[in-house]
Design a protein around this ligand. Structure first.
Ligand code: FES
Length: 110
């Protein structure tokens, strides 16, 4: 299994903030689900690092996740997508195309 680093935005803006945030759309539960799956799988533990982050930029497309080394940006990720990202992308190297919002750079960057 190839090494991969997964960054998950867990930024949570306060109630009434002018912009929504990934944390308000369930990204902390998504991060927790990734951690639980990885920590229960010795092979994943040796090849995957999961890092919670602050805002990654594309808040309107959140919850936002970026996976390196491919630089694949996933958007609108839901809790039920976690298994597919793990099994397809992290284990088999097959990007989950239906969730991709950008490659190589954040969405909207030129
Ligand atoms: S709050 Fe998650 S990308 Fe901005």
């Amino acid at each position: 299994m190839e090494f991969r680093h997964v960054f998950i935005c867990v930024n949570q803006r306060p109630p009434g903030a002018p912009m929504d945030s990934c944390g308000n759309r369930g990204s902390r539960e998504i991060y927790q689900a990734f951690m639980e799956k990885v920590q229960m799988d010795p092979e994943l533990m040796m090849s995957v690092v999961i890092t919670p982050t602050g805002c990654l930029g594309p808040c309107a497309l959140g919850p936002s996740i970026v996976v390196y080394p491919e630089g694949v940006w996933y958007g609108n990720v839901k809790l039920e997508d976690v298994d597919e990202i793990i099994n397809s992308h992290l284990k088999e190297g097959k990007v989950v195309e239906r969730l991709v919002v950008s490659r190589g750079k954040p969405p909207g960057m030129v």
